[in-house]
Design a protein around this ligand. Structure first.
Ligand code: EPZ
Length: 456
């Protein structure tokens, strides 16, 4: 018997309300790098001693990773942007899927757990809105280091082959310079027996930051940031204190926003050579860039259309492709944006066109004809960097916009709207609680339970 009763439910949603045609002015503080902090947290599993991380950005992805470590028995103490990690009581229980889903970076745990305990069980990281995100490079590399890998019911089960208690160093050559695979294999090789070389390694600053912290812990890693990295395995890794590098993607997002609004701002702290491809491109498009120590000042003079192809570091970062596409919608002339890293990272294009942009998309190539004006709209972001692109578009646009899908934004930008507000942008986070009645269906065989209601 089915009965229907009325039940009040509430839909809580939040959005960013942006008043368009804004200007930025002043200095903005850049947070620690999300894509460094996540892998450094995983690396804490490699030691029984205390790791202290400074300049950790407060993001939902970081919170999720901390919970995964806690589930493994790591004692995590959070004090604002400082984390203390004590891994002496780790258990290698299987990571629960509820904790892992939606955080690809959880897969970073497999290398340290396998290398330190001889086995690891980590759920397969799913794909996401920007692509299938395979892990074949991780798996092939771990197998070459002496691991047996089974994937059963969505769980990657790894163990060191035979009676060996350690992985064995070897020569590895990646088919593509995968950031995550490079980091997984560096962490696994750091406690292996003998030397591992990784050819066609990723050179991103976040990989270099990981190597710097591991060397502080007693690892022997050479030539990080180069195409071939050398790791001489050691018996044990100790604790250390480490400061996370500044987030080059957040920094680039603010520079692009300044260029889009013809605003002059200064960003700090940054490591300028982490942003060279971005600052060179912005100079080509008409902005004056001044570098002084760990700060960069941008002075846009005009906005010319320029072409970009995303590429592994030191090329133009794929994580800034969407924000740069938003910038090019109002540039003088025609530009071509080619995404070469991920197969589905153009989700923002059709939304920018709804705002009045003129972009033709052919697979991963966006051909943009600059327009004078785009118009504010209510839009839903579908991934982290698209949400930044839509916010930039909302700031450029005539009229106001509401940007939804903030769960994506909050994964990767610390206090984003507060920083924009301090720079002079009229932006606020709106919390909307919409009540609505919905029909609640209850199935019961006992008629006494069923409230008196009109039969369907
Ligand atoms: C890291 O992802 C970053 N995430 C990404 O940032 C970033 O976009 C990406 O590197 C590229 O720079 C973190 O560091 C947590 P990849 P990752 O492995 O490691 C292919 C953001 O917005 N590939 O370098 O997953 C893959 O399909 C996020 O902050 C394989 O084929 O990226 C992709 O086409 C998004 N096999 C290319 O390599 C593999 O085993 C680059 O992926 C692994 C990757």
């Amino acid at each position: 018997m089915i009965c229907v009763s009325k039940k009040k439910s509430y839909l809580k949603s939040q959005n960013l309300k942006i008043f368009g045609q804004g200007k930025l002015n002043g200095i903005v503080e850049i947070s620690g790098a999300k894509n460094s902090a996540l892998v450094l947290l995983a690396a804490s599993l490699l030691t029984n001693e205390k790791i202290v991380l400074h300049n950790v950005p407060r993001l939902t992805d970081i919170e999720k990773m901390c919970n995964i470590l806690r589930n493994l028995g790591v004692n995590v103490i959070e004090k604002n942007n400082k984390l203390e990690l004590d891994s002496q009581n780790i258990s290698i229980e299987e990571l629960p899927y509820e904790l892992v889903k939606g955080l690809r970076a959880s897969f970073f745990c497999i290398g340290p757990l396998l290398s330190k305990f001889g086995e690891a069980k980590v759920p397969l990281p799913g794909g996401c809105n920007i692509g299938s995100r395979p892990i074949d490079e991780h798996i092939n590399g771990l197998k070459a280091l002496g691991a047996e890998i089974l994937i059963e019911e969505g769980i990657v089960k790894a163990k060191i082959k035979g009676e060996k208690s350690k992985l064995i160093g070897t020569h590895l050559k990646l088919n593509c310079p995968s950031v995550g695979a490079t980091e997984t294999l560096i962490m696994a090789a750091s406690l292996a027996e003998g030397r591992t070389t990784i050819e066609n390694a990723a050179r991103e600053p976040e990989v270099q930051d990981l190597c710097q912290m591991l060397n502080k812990m007693g690892a022997k890693i050479y030539d990080s940031g180069k195409e071939k990295i050398i790791i001489d395995g050691v018996n044990k890794l100790g604790g250390c204190i480490h400061k996370v590098i500044p987030d080059r993607i957040e920094a680039g997002t603010f520079l692009i926003t300044a260029a889009a609004t013809s605003s002059s701002i200064t960003i700090s702290p940054v490591i300028p050579n982490h942003l060279e491809a971005v600052t060179n491109t912005l100079q080509k498009s008409g902005s004056k860039i001044t570098i002084k120590g760990n700060s960069i000042t941008i002075n846009p003079k005009e906005l010319k259309a320029v072409n970009i192809n995303t590429a592994p570091f030191p090329g133009f970062p794929t994580d800034l492709q969407a924000p740069f596409t938003a910038l090019m919608t109002i540039a003088n002339g025609e530009s071509k944006i080619t995404e070469t890293i991920f197969e589905n990272r153009m989700n923002h294009v059709h939304l920018l066109n709804k705002m009045g942009a003129n972009i033709k998309l052919n697979k991963n190539v966006a051909s943009i004809k600059g327009v004078n004006t785009i118009y504010g709209m209510d839009l839903i972001a579908s991934d982290l960097r698209s949400s930044a692109a839509l916010i930039i578009a909302g700031i450029i646009a005539k009229g106001s916009s509401r940007i939804y899908g903030l769960e994506h934004l909050d994964r990767g930008y610390e206090n984003f709207e507060s920083k924009l507000k301090i720079l002079g942008i009229k932006i606020k986070r709106e919390f909307v609680e919409r009540g609505f009645t919905n029909k609640e269906y209850k199935i019961s065989s006992n008629t006494d339970e069923i409230p008196k209601t009109r039969a369907a």
